[in-house]
Design a binder for this molecule. Sequence first.
Ligand SMILES: N#Cc1c(N)ncnc1-c1cnn(Cc2cccc(F)c2)c1
Length: 288
Amino acid sequence: MTDALAELGWQHAYSGKVRELYEHAAHPALMLVIASDRVSAFDHVLEPGIPGKGALLTELSRWWFEQLDVPNHLAAGDDLPEVPTEVADRAMLVRRLDMHPVECVVRGYLSGSGWVEYQATQSVCGIPLPAGLRDGDRLPEPIYTPAWKAPMGEHDENITFERSVELVGAPVAAALRDASLAIFARASSLAASRGVILADTKFEFGTDPATGVLTLADEVLTSDSSRYWDAELYAAGGPDRLASFDKQIVRNWLASNWDRTGTPPTLPPEIVERTAARYRELLARLTA
Ligand SMILES: N#Cc1c(N)ncnc1-c1cnn(Cc2cccc(F)c2)c1
């Protein structure tokens, strides 16, 4: 695949856990984001990949970009560089932005790093919360809990809004917060109408150097950048109420087959196929 990319002038620029970023010397204002079939859990990239995952999450990002009435980084126009057919269904051609070093996290429910911070401080990112909340509880209203984009391989660090002002300046910090909360409101409402809870998500924004417009970047509202729960399971309150729509099958299997030391075991074919089916189901339910 990389030969086909190189033959078309694409040069590898950056690797994330499950995605790659490419540049093109003849098109400096464009970049290519390619999603792999790799899946990560417990901070490990697992083997094997999940067939179709990259294409399904790319399709979900594209669909959300269409649903959201905000400027985004998808490239459009005539003189676009060719993308190899081998990766086209899991690739996004995007405009190069001046990226802001803030992960714009919005939480409608208390979970993950928010739950960890809440237990220690009864707050998240400096936002005080009611006492007595449990893991997975819905918050009184969605909260903006930014994180500082840590270098590759390190954990992002939850920061206060005031710290984000120091990082990007007051106007941009406020614009990032307002845009993130507005998009989350729209997306969580749409997901709820499909019986899916959008518990939390992470946006990335940049400023378009050609226009100065704040622009939604990266992937958007995928199950890699968001927590999606099944609304019926959540309402039932059982042990699966916080089951990640797509990764719970993998997490449950690892919990019973790995002691969390060393590298995780290879996923058996049945787990791989059931997980692939869950990615397909999530896309089908959200985009129905
Ligand atoms: N999106 C976007 C983007 C843009 N439109 N303009 C400039 N830079 C970026 C950009 C830089 N790092 N990332 C994260 C990232 C994404 C995908 C794969 C990776 F390996 C890493 C995104």
